[in-house]
Ligand binder design. Structure first.
Ligand SMILES: Nc1ncnc2c1ncn2[C@@H]1O[C@H](COP(=O)(O)OP(=O)(O)O)[C@@H](O)[C@H]1O
Ligand SMILES: [Mg+2]
Length: 256
């Protein structure tokens, strides 16, 4: 049962422990539809673990995850992906032996079906749906200023470009909720700026995002709301400009 008025994502008292490490220790927050919520905090605060649990990559030890008002707690990543939740990893994962554009085409949205397998297997099936996806991949590469890298083996790309490939691949799946773990890391300032503009454009078209990001200036420009984590807990929540002035945030998170 989905509701189109409430938040797209709601996290309630979420818990994830690694042995004795309380990586995520009872966090609650919401992501409003068509907005970017920032998730910030010092190294080890639990941000990546929170994304992992929300995306269904790791099962939680407690708490709830609601998508569109529906309880999806503990659902595996592939099922959440079918419901439009897509994440990227802090360490970019690309298929080094495939070209850049092939990396985007194996984004494998459910609708791609057989053709993705065909493509990897060397059987190129040029159906209508596939040529549409190729067009989309080319547009994406153009938007990221990487059109000339389409046929380059992904292993030859720079770290920042691999990161960009991962973000493009996530977008190829046409998610409704995108969970991004430091997508700007290693990107050139100009690519970073292009990506910021693209993210804002996409949210205007209805995409919602939870963004883990190191650059507080980027966070301030993109995020309507920011959740600050420290030691597995939510320390504060608000607009970045307001959070910068709060003492407890300054103490936990050295704001430069
Ligand atoms: N796979 C793991 N096994 C054990 N401990 C982990 C694992 N991943 C992260 N941790 C620990 O959990 C805490 C939160 O880590 P993480 O979620 O990566 O934080 P952040 O992304 O905010 O830097 C840290 O203390 C980290 O050392
Ligand atoms: Mg992290």
């Amino acid at each position: 049962m989905g509701s189109s008025s409430g938040p797209i994502l709601e996290v309630r008292d979420l818990v994830k422990h690694y042995g004795g490490v309380r990586a995520v220790d009872g966090i609650s927050f919401a992501v409003e539809r068509g907005t970017i919520t920032g998730l910030i905090g010092p190294n080890g605060a639990g941000k990546s673990t929170a994304l992992n649990v929300i995306a269904g990559f790791l099962p939680p030890d407690g708490g709830r995850v609601l998508l569109d008002g529906e309880d999806v707690t503990g659902q595996p990543m592939h099922r959440l992906a079918r419901q439009g939740v897509v994440r990227t990893f802090q360490m970019a994962r690309v298929f080094g032996g495939l070209t850049t554009i092939e990396n985007l085409l194996v984004a494998a949205p459910a609708q791609l079906g057989e053709t993705a397998t065909g493509l990897i297997g060397g059987k190129r099936l040029w159906g209508g749906q596939e040529s549409e996806l190729i067009e989309r991949a080319k547009e994406m590469l153009t938007a990221f200023g990487m059109r000339d890298k389409a046929d380059e083996q992904a292993r030859n790309l720079s770290g920042g470009q691999k990161r960009a490939v991962e973000t493009m691949r996530a977008l190829m799946a046409r998610p409704k909720l995108l969970l991004l773990d430091e997508p700007m890391a290693g990107l050139s300032p100009s690519l970073s700026k292009q990506l910021e503009d693209l993210f804002l454009e996409l949210t205007h078209d209805g995409l919602s995002m939870l963004l883990v990001e190191h650059s507080l200036d980027t966070v301030e420009r993109l995020c309507t709301k920011v959740v600050v984590m420290a030691q597995g807990k939510v320390l504060a929540e608000g607009r970045m400009s307001e959070l910068r002035t709060r003492r407890e945030v300054q103490d936990a998170y050295v704001i430069g």
